[in-house]
Write a protein that binds this ligand. Sequence first.
Ligand SMILES: CC(C)(COP(=O)(O)OP(=O)(O)OC[C@H]1O[C@@H](n2cnc3c(N)ncnc32)[C@H](O)[C@@H]1OP(=O)(O)O)[C@@H](O)C(=O)NCCC(=O)NCCS
Length: 321
Amino acid sequence: MPWLVRDAVEDINRAVGRRWQGLDRFLPLRAELPEGCAAPFVTTGANGRPAGLAVCRHEHVPAGTLNETWGAAGRFSLIVRVRDPDTAAAVDDLLGQWRDHLAGLPGTGDDDTAAMISWPARDVSGVNTLLRHGLQALTVIAVREAGTPPEPDAGLGAGIVIREAEPRDLDVVTGLEMGLIRYDAHFGATILRPGTEALVRAETRAALGARPAWAWLAERDGRHVGLIHVQPPERSGWIAGMTRGDATAYLQTMFVRRGERGAGIGAALVRHAHAVLDGRGVRVTLLHYAQLNPLAAPFWNRMGYRPLWAGWEVRPATSLR
Ligand SMILES: CC(C)(COP(=O)(O)OP(=O)(O)OC[C@H]1O[C@@H](n2cnc3c(N)ncnc32)[C@H](O)[C@@H]1OP(=O)(O)O)[C@@H](O)C(=O)NCCC(=O)NCCS
């Protein structure tokens, strides 16, 4: 990396970290630029000095892994760091360089590929530029701080019981997990693969064996009607870096059967889980929802969550304009 770029990385990382804290206190305190597939793309400002940097990272998700259900198999991600609050011109230039880079790579035109960017939800300056390059906001990472009260309890119908999920619930929990995956597939947030159900079952078996439990079922008169499933902080490291470093858990599944929705079961499951998480020292909880899921944003907002990051994508990767 030439010295100019190395100095610029330090300088821009610091500036972006400060800018992020001004935008949203749940963003990471530091904005490190990771290693990319090649030297960073650089955009220069009016003064001739670097105004923004970006690196491209490639991930080829192996067939037969559960990760393949959460998105395209070939993932090309751009990590963007722009110094000034008005990001439009710098992002435009960096996206143009990335588009040309992707066009020259083998396989980037395959159906099962995506070009992806995570963008701070409150950094509204970049949104029009992302849209103009053909990217779509598909997913949201939402955040909740411990102790944030949800809306008051609207009351729960008689006959509803919430209890810890146990190893004997493997079939039921797998079925409810699959319900969410099928539902989210409507919005491009999941892709159902031939092996998905078997892989979900294997992961569920391992999760249900752990104690204390981090998954809870709602039952109506003995029939399973809803599930909430959380990854504890020790299994949430893969996403914890998207926020500021407190003990972070990831809420992986929230699903209520169709005929049972709108009766307060979802809210009751979330209240139950939050009380346990707060008691276990979890400071921050993250979750994903599909931007176009009509049930998700209002529900999570009532439960004390709000957007932290937006996941922008275009498929296949060479559709980036
Ligand atoms: C999102 C989901 C989990 C919510 O579960 P739910 O049991 O329907 O949630 P609640 O009943 O607590 O709240 C849903 C609605 O019922 C209303 N409600 C809550 N308690 C109520 C009660 N006692 N009587 C009548 N309505 C009630 C809420 O105000 C809310 O209203 P809305 O229509 O304006 O959104 C459920 O819709 C679901 O499983 N959706 C499909 C999968 C999904 O989207 N999961 C989340 C993805 S991240």
